[in-house]
Design a protein around this ligand. Structure first.
Ligand code: ADP
Ligand code: MN
Length: 515
């Protein structure tokens, strides 16, 4: 395809970031695209909105896993926090089940029994209800209703007579201590101890905990001073090891340098290595590393974490896992898009919080973002229709709303538009899904109207064209009110029927726009 009319990407204003000279894999020979304020703001907004919602929500059912790497497409990845909580709860449940087995073994048929109840992880009101049955907004049994916080009585001992088990019981305590290491800061290396039946004495645990805290504080100070100073800093030793392994295994040829460093992720360029039996590695790859150090999430979740109603649950959340969920979600969303034939990076592999995908661009030069490229009016029109089409496909075939669609997350390559950055994408039935879609529509509409595409629909028309809904309000305020009413209707439906409405569509499928 022709790429006539593509001008070089406009260099970013302001001084280049310092990593350019210090990047361990050599300086990239491309203009860096560091996160602009607008970019950060909009993503943050999206995630904040989502988080706000999750503040009030509770995990939904997880379907059986069947995906190529970790989990299946069936999983509703529209709510990351929920997923993270679910995973953690699953883990806690297993732990509790093990406790229960041990309890049984010890007690046998004896009349006097001891209980490990104090050592259970899952909160009592979660423990015996399956997640799909929990009607969390039913005010009669809302476990999170805003009452005064009740303090759980800590007896400090269990059992009776000589069968008493105090909370100081060595074995139980030791295991508990080991498990608690998981709650240390993500950058704190705890080794494989968690997976073993390792019993840490209180003394050792406390010393470790103290050390972990001071390390965390120390690294927070360092981080503050040197934020974004080098690409090296952007990836922690564990990540570096992961990357080296990819090179060592021959999957990647070389990692050449850093393409972008944002608040939540760092993107590297790499040359692809050898194909394996089941995988062809693209000649050039982009490696998106979701940051695990002092992650954004930690800052964002504080509103919930400090809320006593969630304290119990949150104290058990493991930041490492949450970060992986974002990466995993991006992988699933990209796969859905790929299957629908939408131009987007192709997933190569996901390893923990590192997502390797095909590189959009050539010879280490990433394709310019739509905001940085000057298109001929013909290409501009072509791009517009293509995006309209892609938005419809995304909605209808992939069951997704991008949720951060703008000229910042669309690349111009090979004479067409490529969609990237879909870790935050949600399904249309997400509690704020339609609002996200409306925002996407506004961004797209404004960009092309300003760009002189006379045919560009306004944001409301675009919204209807993409969603197949027929909202007739002729002003933004009413339109948005109708969107929110629809979302609320769906939420009520979820509450009453335990599942989402199959579709929002009122008048059949939306028309597909073609050039
Ligand atoms: P975020 O905006 O969350 O930091 P993105 O996925 O948007 O993450 O990636 C940041 C930047 O990295 C993009 O704007 C783009 O310039 C570049 N980039 C990301 N993925 C690719 C890719 N597959 N090919 C080429 N460049 C990419
Ligand atoms: Mn982006």
């Amino acid at each position: 395809m022709d790429s006539v009319g593509v001008a070089a990407a406009a260099p970013d204003a302001g001084p280049g970031p310092a990593w350019q000279s210090k990047c361990p894999w050599g300086a990239p020979n491309t203009t860096s695209i560091s996160c602009s304020l607008a970019d950060v703001m909009s993503e943050q907004l999206a995630k904040e909105l989502q988080l706000e919602e999750e503040n009030a929500a509770f995990p939904e059912v997880v379907a059986a896993a069947e995906g190529p790497f970790i989990t299946g497409e069936n999983i509703d990845t529209s709510s990351d926090l929920m997923l993270a909580q679910m995973l953690q709860m699953e883990f806690d449940r297993e732990y509790d089940a093990q406790l229960r087995r041990e309890e049984k073994k010890i007690n046998g048929d004896s009349k006097v029994s001891i209980s490990f109840e104090n050592y259970r992880k899952v909160h009592p009101y979660d423990s015996d209800s399956s997640e799909d049955e929990v009607d969390w907004q039913d005010t009669r049994h809302d476990p999170y209703r805003a009452d005064k916080p009740t303090t759980t009585p800590r007896r400090g001992f269990i059992g009776k007579g000589k069968d008493i088990t105090t909370k100081h019981d060595e074995v139980v305590c030791g295991r508990k201590n080991t498990a608690r290491m998981e709650n240390f800061a993500p950058e704190f290396q705890v080794g494989d101890g968690i997976g073993m039946d390792l019993k840490l004495s209180n003394q050792v645990f406390n010393a470790l905990k103290q050390h972990a805290y001071s390390e965390e504080r120390r690294s927070a100070r360092l981080h503050e001073k040197k934020e974004h100073s080098t690409a090296e800093k952007a990836v922690d030793p564990k990540t570096r090891l992961l990357l080296y392994k990819m090179v060592n295994s021959g999957m990647l040829e070389t990692i050449t340098g850093c393409i972008s460093t944002g608040k939540e992720s760092v993107v590297f360029h790499a040359y692809g290595g050898n194909a394996t039996e089941d995988k062809v590695i693209p000649p050039e790859c982009a490696i998106k590393v979701f940051k695990t150090t002092l992650n954004e999430f930690k800052n964002r979740d504080k509103y919930i974490k400090d809320d006593y109603r969630f304290k119990d649950r949150f104290s058990k959340l493991n930041p490492r896992k949450i970060i992986r969920m974002w990466a995993e979600k991006e992988m699933h969303n990209l796969t859905r898009m790929q299957n629908a034939g939408i131009p987007c990076p192709q997933v190569v592999i996901l390893k923990k919080h590192v997502l390797v995908m095909s590189f959009i661009g050539q010879d280490q030069v990433p394709a310019p973002k739509l905001k940085d490229v000057t298109l001929s009016s013909e290409d501009m029109k072509k791009a517009y229709y293509q995006i309209l089409n892609m938005m419809q496909q995304l909605y209808r075939e992939c069951n997704l709303v991008h949720a951060d669609l703008s000229e910042y997350n669309m690349l111009w390559h090979d004479g067409k538009v490529w969609l990237i950055d879909v870790s935050q994408s949600v399904e249309p039935t997400h509690p704020h899904g339609l609002e996200f879609l409306f925002r996407d529509c506004r961004n797209v509409s404004q960009f092309f109207q300003k760009g002189g595409v006379a045919e560009a629909l306004n944001e409301r028309e675009l919204f209807n064209a993409v969603s197949g809904l027929n909202i007739t309000a002729d002003n933004e305020v009413d339109f948005q009110a109708e969107i929110e009413a629809l979302e609320k209707m769906n939420e009520d439906h979820v509450q009453n029927h335990g599942k989402k409405l199959s579709t929002f569509s009122t008048d059949g499928d939306p028309p597909i726009y073609d050039e």
